[in-house]
Structures are given as structure tokens and as C-alpha cells.
Design a protein around this ligand. Structure first.
Ligand code: COA
Length: 367
């Protein structure tokens, strides 16, 4: 399904002609430059940026809900270690949904509370799973840290320097929302049946996992690791173009002349390159992007800079798409609330291309 407008939304606007994106009317690059992920999550859920009192209340509420139950921790510890962290976070959110009876047609305050609860707990679940699969004890969340700082703390036991935390926070802002992308649309379809917010988020996670959508940030880094050095990049991409291979992190269903979020995330990658002193990923980035844009007219999407940026931050590759979940839960939840406020079951029609109607014969007569 391409280019079909299925409904209205007041949450975000993607403007492919100008390569721009707004959340509730604010340009995403301005939000990334001046706001925290917490402010943006509040904006997406409530429609306006918070004033100081509203932000403090939101942060206090979110920070007070970061702990997960002992039962939940035990379940995470028992997940098969070969499972991808996207499968474990999908199951973990699903478990959270069993701890509360929730339906779609409840007062908005109840779902707003559940959305903040998921924004608070999803990083804890992802970090606990990361620690357990590496045979380490989990590190409980701290209530004196921002969402970005706390995630580093729960994964590694320390918070890195300000530019690294800022780059991570910016990535969460850029990943938080993107109108009717595949996972959000999947979420809205689930919402439209009057199912609950947890089911809508679980469905969103399932759709996000695929490498044509959120899974691309992991695929980008796997690809860059195969290329190894900037020296190999040109011959690698020329071979890939000859073979008509899919180059991960390039192309977009809506933006055809560049992804609005890329310049901001590319700047983060440059800052991280300077901070770490490791410049090969940025070198590979520049060569692949120059050649693919010039020769094919296909531009990088957000996953292209975010993959190597997360690598330089020290995260294992299989955590990149779960990090996307940490951010996108704000968008999915905003869409759940919007869809519920004016709901109509989403049930498209299809054009049938199968056999024309025929008789059911006896089994002995079948070929
Ligand atoms: N690598 C190689 N070729 C690509 C490409 C890529 N990443 N993205 C698009 N193309 C090619 C298509 O194969 C098509 O070629 P054709 O005309 O010979 O058939 C042409 O460019 C036009 O494709 P288009 O219609 O613009 O793409 P789409 O809207 O069908 O697909 C994506 C969009 C995102 C699914 C696709 O670009 C893709 O798979 N990208 C890689 C995965 C990725 O980074 N996903 C994250 C998206 S945010």
C-alpha cells in the first residue's frame, strides 16, 4: 500500500517536499536542539510543550515508576538467551499488560498513566535483559537521572559525559514519532478494535522489528562492520549496486529527497566521532552516502547515522532497535489516545486475485 491517506492525525506532519517533520507543530530539529526527550514525550502525549511545573510533575511521575516487579525481573532473567532483545522486550511489555486489566474505551487519564508507566519501565526491562544475557546482575534504576542518563546507568553502571548523553537523548527525540509509519499504523489498527494500549504497543514492537523498518539501524551497523574500513567502502558499494543489493539505511517510503532527521543525527555522529577518536564509521558513512546519492539519487534515512552513533556509545548492536522502542512508545501511545478519542474500526478492502468460485468436490475426485 503506497501513498494512500487513511486518516487524519494532529500528532506529527511529514513534509517530503521540504524534507521536514513537525511534532505537534514544532520542527523536530528545534525540539532536538532545545528540549529533552521527556519534554518531547509530554508534548506528543498532551499536545503542548510542558511549562516548568508540568514538566517537573511529569518527570517525578515517570521516575517514580521505573522499577519493575520481582516477578517481572524473574521472567526477564528466564528468557532464552538466544532470543533477540526485540523479542524479549515485546514479551516483556506483553507481561506488563497482564498485570493490569485494560481496555480501549477507558477514560483518557487511565491510558495516559499507562503510557507514562511504559515510558518509565521499558528502559528498565531492556537494560535488565541486557545484563542478564551477559550473566551480570541487573542495575536498578535511579530516580535522580534523566531517561537517557538512567539507561546508560542501568546498562553499564555509569553515565558517560554530557555530549554522549545529549547525542543519545537527541536520537530518542528523533525516533519518538513519525506519523503513519508501519508500526504506528499496526498499532492504530489494533487500537481501532477497542483493544488495550499494551496490545497496541506490542503490535507496534512486532512491526518495528523488521529490517525494512526499525530493524534497519542494526542492519546498518552489521553492514558497516562487514565493510570494515573506509578504504573498502567504494568497492563494496559499487559491487552492491551492480548486484542490485538492498543497502540498509538508505531510501524511505515517504521522503524521496532526504530524511528530515538525518542532518541532526549526522551531527551527533560527528560529535561522537570527535569524542571517541574513532573515525572509520563516519568515513564509511560519507563514502557510501556520496556514491549512493550521486549515482542512484537515494538518500540515507535516520537509521544510517544512528547505527554507528549507538556503536560509538558502546551499545551492542542487538540493542539498537529496542532503543528505538524506548522512544517510539511515546508516539505509539499518543496515537492510541488519538485513535480512541474518535474511533472507527480500521478494516480496509482488498482486491481479490485468486481462483473464481468453484465447487467443493469429493475427496476421491481431487487430483
Ligand atoms: N538499496 C538499494 N535500492 C533501493 C533502496 C536501498 N536501500 N531503497 C530503494 N531502492 C530502490 C528500489 O529497489 C527501487 O528500485 P527499482 O525502481 O529498480 O525497483 C527504487 O530504489 C525506488 O524505490 P522506492 O519505491 O523509492 O522504495 P520503497 O518506497 O519501495 O522502499 C524502503 C522504501 C524503506 C522499504 C526501502 O528504501 C528499503 O528497503 N530501504 C532499506 C531498509 C531501510 O533502511 N529501512 C529503514 C526505513 S526508515
Amino acid at each position: 500500500m503506497v501513498g494512500i491517506i487513511t486518516d487524519t492525525t494532529a500528532i506529527s506532519k511529514v513534509m517530503p517536499k521540504t524534507n521536514s517533520l513537525t511534532y505537534r507543530g514544532y520542527a523536530v530539529q528545534d525540539l532536538a536542539a532545545t528540549c529533552s526527550f521527556e519534554e518531547v514525550a509530554y508534548l506528543l502525549l498532551n499536545g503542548d510543550l510542558p511549562n516548568r511545573t508540568q514538566l517537573n510533575k511529569f518527570k517525578k511521575n515517570e521516575r517514580s515508576q521505573r522499577n519493575i516487579s520481582t516477578n517481572h525481573n524473574q521472567i526477564i532473567a528466564k528468557f532464552p538467551k538466544k532470543a533477540h532483545p526485540m523479542d524479549t522486550i515485546r514479551t516483556s511489555v506483553s507481561y506488563l499488560g497482564t498485570t493490569e486489566i485494560a481496555w480501549g474505551n477507558e477514560p483518557v487519564e487511565a491510558d495516559m498513566g499507562r503510557a507514562v508507566d511504559m515510558i518509565a519501565k521499558i528502559p528498565t526491562m531492556i537494560a535488565a535483559d541486557f545484563r542478564y544475557r551477559n550473566k551480570k546482575r541487573r542495575i536498578p534504576p535511579r530516580a535522580d537521572l534523566s531517561i537517557a542518563e538512567n539507561f546508560f546507568h542501568m546498562c553499564f553502571g555509569k553515565v558517560p559525559s554530557k555530549p554522549v548523553v545529549k547525542a543519545f537523548d537527541v536520537s530518542l527525540i528523533l525516533y519518538a514519532e513519525h506519523s503513519f509509519n508501519a508500526s504506528t499504523f499496526a498499532s492504530r489498527v489494533i487500537t481501532s478494535t477497542r483493544s488495550d494500549i499494551y496490545s497496541a504497543v506490542v503490535g507496534g514492537i512486532g512491526a518495528l522489528k523488521g529490517p525494512l523498518h526499525g530493524g534497519a539501524n542494526e542492519a546498518v551497523m552489521e553492514m558497516m562492520k562487514k565493510i570494515k574500513t573506509p578504504k573498502n567502502a567504494e568497492s563494496w558499494i559499487r559491487r552492491a549496486m551492480l548486484n542490485k543489493d538492498l543497502i540498509m539505511g538508505f531510501g524511505h517510503r515517504v521522503y524521496k529527497n532526504g530524511d528530515s532527521r538525518v542532518p541532526t543525527m549526522k551531527k551527533c555522529l560527528e560529535d561522537l566521532t570527535q569524542w571517541s577518536g574513532e573515525d572509520k564509521w563516519l568515513g564509511i558513512y560519507n563514502i557510501l552516502a556520496d556514491i549512493f546519492i550521486n549515482e542512484k539519487g537515494i538518500y540515507p534515512n535516520l537509521d544510517f547515522p544512528s547505527g554507528p552513533a549507538y556503536y560509538l556509545m558502546g551499545f551492542p548492536i542487538n540493542l539498537y532497535t529496542p532503543i528505538f522502542v524506548m522512544a517510539r512508545v511515546a508516539g505509539w501511545s499518543a496515537h492510541f489516545i488519538e485513535q480512541n478519542a474518535n474511533n472507527s474500526l480500521i478494516r480496509p478492502l482488498s482486491s481479490y486475485t485468486g481462483k473464481s468460485q468453484r465447487k467443493v468436490g469429493k475427496i476421491s475426485e481431487r487430483k
